[in-house]
Design a protein. Structure first.
Length: 340
């Protein structure tokens, strides 16, 4: 298993360079309400030399597939071929509210979107009149970026079994978030089913869950540094369609999720964060001292994870402490015996 770092807008280059020096395999740029992925990765591409760069994830509703392919090709050229295209459908309320785009039938939309992006990346002239996407009329879409990155890896963010099977079938990697080791193992099984549909195995597939991470001697105190991130994730859109509220319910913390949303609606963000039990954060994050994190990393490796994302972006700490988290997790991976 290898490590990846999830970047923040502030200090992104320092985080990426530190991770690169420590042997991290990849740096992911998130995209959402706080930052856009392509601009951040363009900066990091010029400040690093070896580490893979991943959009984690570009939101499908935000860009037509032709622009996504052009952006991907540009970042691949700027980085010397280190770019990996991570895509996701986003929250349906964000898709409508931010991008004025419907995301009904998200699996079918994602399948068609990936197909079109791959065709454009091949360099061929593309005219596509599909069910959800129509490009190339009257002018075919043709990518002139050199060299054409026809084999550029595509990753999909996915949560449920059907979306996981789709990721295994049409993508080269999976990006997850806040997955427990057991959930990661279940995801690997669903991904393998999708790979089998395509006549392939997981041998060349990257399994990359990203975990909020805070390091310190007291796990409960470390969990406190992550509460704001959980409030952010669980507060987006409608509670019934929110992926992370659904996760809390599956793990037996539905009442806590309801209380979080109620306090958030009342304007009490601190109270919303306090509503979450430490157990819920512990099961979906990396918290505590280095030896404890090392034990957790070993469980993820046993579950079939190939790259573990360290979300320093989730910790409410100063930039220098985020660099310390990157270093501590590199140490933890060595102690875990799972490095590969």
């Amino acid at each position: 298993m290898r490590l990846a770092v999830n970047l923040t807008l502030q200090g992104a280059a320092d985080l990426a360079r530190t991770a690169e020096d420590l042997g991290y395999a990849a740096a992911l740029a998130p995209e959402g309400l706080r930052s856009e992925a392509a601009a951040l990765l363009g900066l990091v591409a010029g400040r690093t030399r070896r580490i893979a760069l991943v959009s984690g994830v570009m939101q499908i509703p935000a860009r037509p597939p032709g622009l996504t392919a052009l952006t991907a090709a540009t970042l691949a050229a700027l980085s010397g071929g280190r770019f990996r295209l991570g895509l996701g459908v986003s929250n349906p309320d964000v898709a409508r509210g931010w991008y004025d785009t419907a995301m009904d039938r998200p699996l079918a939309r994602t399948r068609e979107y990936v197909e079109v992006v791959r065709r454009v990346l091949s360099g061929e002239p593309v005219a596509h009149q599909g069910r959800y996407y129509r490009i190339g009329e009257p002018e075919p879409v043709r990518l002139l970026t050199a060299p054409a990155p026809a084999d550029l890896p595509v990753y999909l963010a996915a949560v449920g079994p059907r979306s996981l099977r789709l990721a295994g079938e049409v993508a080269d990697g999976w990006i997850g978030v806040c997955a427990s080791p057991d959930a990661a193992a279940d995801a690997v099984a669903a991904l393998a089913e999708g790979r089998a549909r395509a006549g392939r195995t997981l041998a060349d597939f990257d399994v990359l869950p990203c975990l909020p991470t805070a390091v310190g001697p007291d796990p409960a105190a470390a969990a406190d540094a992550l509460r704001g991130q959980y409030v952010y994730l669980m507060g987006v859109g409608d509670a019934e369609s929110n992926t992370f509220c659904a996760l809390a319910r599956r793990l037996g913390h539905g009442r806590a999720a309801d209380e979080l949303r109620a306090r958030l609606a009342a304007g009490d963000r601190d109270g919303a964060g306090a509503a979450l039990p430490v157990d819920f954060i512990d099961r979906t994050a990396l918290i505590g001292p280095v030896p404890r994190i090392a034990e957790r990393m070993a469980k993820y490796a046993d579950a079939g994870v190939t790259t573990l994302g360290v979300m320093v972006s989730a910790a409410a700490v100063p930039p220098e402490e985020r660099l310390a988290i990157v270093r501590a997790c590199a140490e933890a991976l060595e102690k875990s015996g799972a490095a590969g």
